[in-house]
Design a protein around this ligand. Structure first.
Ligand SMILES: Nc1ncnc2c1ncn2[C@@H]1O[C@H](COP(=O)(O)OP(=O)(O)OP(=O)(O)O)[C@@H](O)[C@H]1O
Length: 254
């Protein structure tokens, strides 16, 4: 697979001009508590367009809560999540209605989780195409785009397999395709390789990076795996809902 093939499969390529390196997502003073548990504590973070950010730290440190706030899956108790648009305008994701946050998640964000969240009754092709059909794209066009993404991720020939007939690594590649087929510009991944062996994990992570930051998109990955974090350009460590370190990798895949 070449990056040209990936770009060809991307229906809405994202600009990678220097101007696009401004923060695409800015968390400002995020606080989130679950009863007596403070999951996030006055947390601020800028994520630049086109960067890969690994979010690490001990269990219970607030990684998933941060990712869910950034992605508009949940709202913080206080603070802002500013999403910058191509025209320079911003939206505070934390202040949108449930309905608008759902629409934003479908159009602008993509998600890859540990289990892939694929629908077992559907084929690989249908699992990817359904993301476009939910946006109103007709079935034939959706399946055409889905087939392009599957091919770009090395899954040509497996389009008609159901999820149970795929290996863990193949299923995660389907999930990567589904996360991006709608033209999402920011991809969120929570332990995307957590269920894979180390060799497969490295391959899937490389594909995730090449298909996202490799084509100008932004990737935020929650991981416990140092090997995955080292492949990202930047690592942010959380503890007790606060950022305790934020560092750039000297060398990385993105
Ligand atoms: N829905 C919830 N209800 C109650 N408490 C929650 C909920 N979600 C998270 N928490 C608590 O908030 C804190 C942060 O959780 P979070 O899942 O963000 O941490 P994490 O760093 O992702 O942990 P892990 O590495 O174990 O997945 C933890 O103490 C957790 O128990």
């Amino acid at each position: 697979m070449t990056s040209a093939a990936l770009e060809a499969a991307t229906p809405h390529p994202v600009s990678s001009t220097p101007a696009a390196r401004a923060a695409v997502l800015s968390a400002r003073g995020l606080t989130k508590a679950y009863h007596a548990t403070r999951a996030l504590s006055d947390l601020s973070l800028d994520i630049r367009a086109g960067e890969s950010v690994a979010v690490m730290g001990p269990s219970g440190g607030g990684k998933t809560t941060l990712l869910h706030c950034l992605a508009g899956i949940i709202t913080p108790d206080t603070g802002q999540v500013l999403l910058r648009h191509d025209d320079g305008g911003t939206t505070d994701v934390a202040r949108l209605s449930d309905r608008d946050r759902s629409a934003l998640r479908r159009s602008t964000f993509g998600f890859v989780f540990q289990q892939g969240l694929l629908i077992p009754e559907l084929t690989a092709l249908e699992n990817v195409a359904v993301a476009l059909m939910l946006l109103g794209v007709d079935r034939s066009s959706a399946e055409h785009s889905a087939a392009g993404w599957l091919a770009a991720l090395g899954l040509a020939g497996l389009e008609d397999r159901r999820v149970g007939q795929l290996s863990g690594g193949q299923a995660q590649r389907v999930a990567i395709a589904r996360a991006q087929v709608s033209g999402a510009s920011v991809i969120f991944a929570d332990e995307p390789t957590g269920a894979l062996d180390s060799g497969t994990s490295a391959d899937v992570m490389d594909l995730l990076l090449r298909s996202t930051t490799g084509t100008g998109k932004t990737l935020v990955v929650v991981t416990h795996d140092d090997g995955i974090a080292r492949r990202c350009a930047r690592t942010v460590r959380l503890r007790d809902g606060r950022i305790v370190s934020d560092s750039l990798q000297a060398e990385s895949a993105a």
